[in-house]
Design a protein around this ligand. Sequence first.
Ligand SMILES: NC(=O)C1=CN([C@@H]2O[C@H](COP(=O)(O)OP(=O)(O)OC[C@H]3O[C@@H](n4cnc5c(N)ncnc54)[C@H](O)[C@@H]3O)[C@@H](O)[C@H]2O)C=CC1
Ligand SMILES: O=C(O)C1=N[C@H](C(=O)O)C[C@H](O)C1
Length: 264
Amino acid sequence: MKIAVAGVSGRMGQMLVKAVEEADGAELSGAIERPDHAWVGQDLCDLCGMGRGVTVACDAAQGIAGADAVVDFTAPAATVALSRACAEAGVAHVIGTTGLSDEDIAAIDEAGRKIAIVRAGNMSLGVNLLTSLVERVAASLGLDYDIEIFEAHHRHKVDAPSGTALMLGEAAARGRGVDLADVADRARDGMTGEREPGAIGFHAIRGGSIIGEHDVVFAGPGETLTLSHVANDRALFAKGAIRAALWTEGREPGHYDMVDVLGL
Ligand SMILES: NC(=O)C1=CN([C@@H]2O[C@H](COP(=O)(O)OP(=O)(O)OC[C@H]3O[C@@H](n4cnc5c(N)ncnc54)[C@H](O)[C@@H]3O)[C@@H](O)[C@H]2O)C=CC1
Ligand SMILES: O=C(O)C1=N[C@H](C(=O)O)C[C@H](O)C1
């Protein structure tokens, strides 16, 4: 399968190029960066020692030409534009970008009528398994167990809560049979008053080079249960994303997630 990588110079972009090169049945066919980026127009191999013969494009249509799938860990506006370009070109779109708004997701849904799209705030097996556990625990415990979600990431991360924290929050809300939008408590400061019964709280730490850590805390009467995940290597996300790209081959149009890809 021919795979293009968007955001190729980024922390994840570089991991993705390596993961494509290492994957059986995958070949790098294109690379995309933002128009003002110094890598545009250059041979990828001269820049990072991988992807011989691939020139970095800034035009989406050019970057995905000849690709079967594009793997995209960039920024919300870039991802929405790329989804539209993929729908026009009939190229599958694997999205790891987080911080997407409801409007962004609606635009991606629209593209998913024409092509296979896999989108997940976290591409790791561990986190996707954890969502089922969180849902089950939330369904088993009553409202006297308060749910708080902690996430920690490196200093360069630009969105909060993380995509993973939101996936975990949605799983907890599903377990309780409520909408996350109705119960999420994302900012506490000053005289907040007592905790709202049924609230799901979010807390974000940003610092150093932390790759990604998530805790879901169920704080109950006389006991606290914590479900945790720690990512030790970004290659984890890249390998998941390439697995998703390979999974799209011959797939019907639709907006899928990693639970579909992993068959969980
Ligand atoms: N779903 C998952 O498993 C994971 C998701 N992420 C998400 O992936 C995204 C990227 O993360 P990082 O690689 O750490 O960030 P980064 O900032 O290192 O890389 C983003 C890249 O996208 C490029 N970019 C921005 N606008 C663009 C455009 N219009 N066209 C083409 N390229 C463009 C940037 O120049 C940069 O090279 C974030 O939203 C992050 O939260 C990160 C790790 C795992
Ligand atoms: O920005 C990151 O680095 C990460 N982003 C994803 C998220 O927002 O959850 C996944 C992972 O935690 C790393």
